[in-house]
Design a binder for this molecule. Sequence first.
Ligand SMILES: O=C(O)CCC(=O)C(=O)O
Length: 279
Amino acid sequence: MIGPMHTSSPAVADLSAPYALEASDIARYRHDGFIRLPEVLAPATLAGYGSAIVREVQERTLERKPLAERSTYDRAFLQVFNLWRVNAQIAELVLSPRLGRIAAALMGARGARIYHDQALFKEPGGGFTPWHADQRYWPLADDRAVTAWIPLQDVPLEMGPLAFAVGSQDLLAERAALALPIGDESERVIARTLADCPKVEEPFRLGEVSFHHGWTFHRAGPNRTTAPRAVMTIIYIASDMVVAEPRNDHQRNDFATWFPGLTPGDVAASPLNPVAWEE
Ligand SMILES: O=C(O)CCC(=O)C(=O)O
């Protein structure tokens, strides 16, 4: 593993400075289950990290089937995990105090540690991302988990920006029925069940970052442009999060992959889960 570099470049300084998160932003996140924050990262900062992420994704996705031969899930995006482990420059972004501090404040936690990162690139002509909620995949003891969705270029509507069902993290009665694996069935059932739930689907500007709760239902439209939709995501958990007994096969797989060496009841602090920010 390569650890984060400690340089004094302007990009690193940008990643250390606190973001001016307002109490009203936190209240809105808790109410809506997500928040879109403008100007979290400077375009110049993102240009450098973005090129590194694009290079790593390209190298790791050379062999792929034509879109027409893939499942709905595999048409939605190219997915590359934990680039922070293999690229010291990308580790600066993923472990950045600026993003970690926002995540901790939104979760109401003393600190934020990394669950994992994922680059999610929607290819030109790539399909929609079906409705789903992330936390059905995660063996966590409580709901203090949040994903930062970081576009590496502007994302107009025709490129498939992330869209959210407002307040859907609080649909506790519906959760069991809607917690389907991501795919055609989740798209159909969740779209039908949440038909009356307000949705937010808006373009993203470069520098804007959204944060969504683990139980917020979300999707993204297809990429109808000729350019890839390059997005980096970072999943944070509370720094004192406890690992739970897995409740399904996906959680068993996640447990083995992201919490090596831990057993249920442990604090989720394997070597793969460093703290990005703590009070
Ligand atoms: O980027 C996408 O299309 C989906 C992202 C997503 O589901 C997530 O970040 O949880």
